[in-house]
Design a protein around this ligand. Structure first.
Ligand SMILES: [Fe+2]
Ligand SMILES: [Fe+2]
Length: 158
């Protein structure tokens, strides 16, 4: 089992690649659209799993509270931006400008998680707990991804 840090970092690396594909004008529209859909779904499940299995622990300790609150607040802002982008086609007017903002803000968010947040968490989560947190994160993320798919299917049926 990966540690919680490796599990989160693996996702971030995949997100960095997807963001680069979406931003790459030399790629086909279909490839960029597919990368956007993958990014949108994976980040939703990733953020929910982070909040429930990682930030919930950090927020329970004085040492991690401010950092955890700051990151969870950024999740909300990023989610608003993602919802906004998901409403229109990727070649719609203004889409790329908004996406560039998301690209910048998301990279800032994950760099901060891997740096400041992980540093704080090291004082809150002991070494022998790291794989347990990693497996709970992955399990929660999988459940959340299932819920997102279900929500999408329900919407299509309406
Ligand atoms: Fe996050
Ligand atoms: Fe993250």
């Amino acid at each position: 089992m990966p540690t919680i840090y490796d599990a989160i970092k693996n996702d971030h690396d995949a997100h960095r690649d997807l963001l680069a594909t979406i931003a790459d004008g030399s790629k086909t529209k279909a490839a960029r659209k597919k990368a956007w859909e993958d990014f949108y779904h994976d980040v939703k499940a990733h953020a929910a799993a982070e909040e429930e299995t990682f930030y919930s622990k950090l927020i329970s300790k004085t040492w991690g509270q401010d950092t955890a609150r700051h990151s969870v607040h950024e999740h909300q802002q990023l989610d608003d931006l993602m919802e906004d982008l998901n409403k229109t086609a990727i070649d719609a007017d203004g889409w790329l400008d908004k996406f560039n903002t998301l690209h910048h803000d998301y990279n800032h968010h994950i760099d901060e998680e891997e740096d400041e947040v992980f540093t704080r968490a090291r004082d809150v989560i002991s070494t022998d707990e790291l794989e347990g947190y990693g497996s709970r994160f992955l399990k929660r993320k999988e459940e959340e991804a299932g819920l997102i798919d279900k929500k999408k299917a329900d919407k299509l049926e309406d």
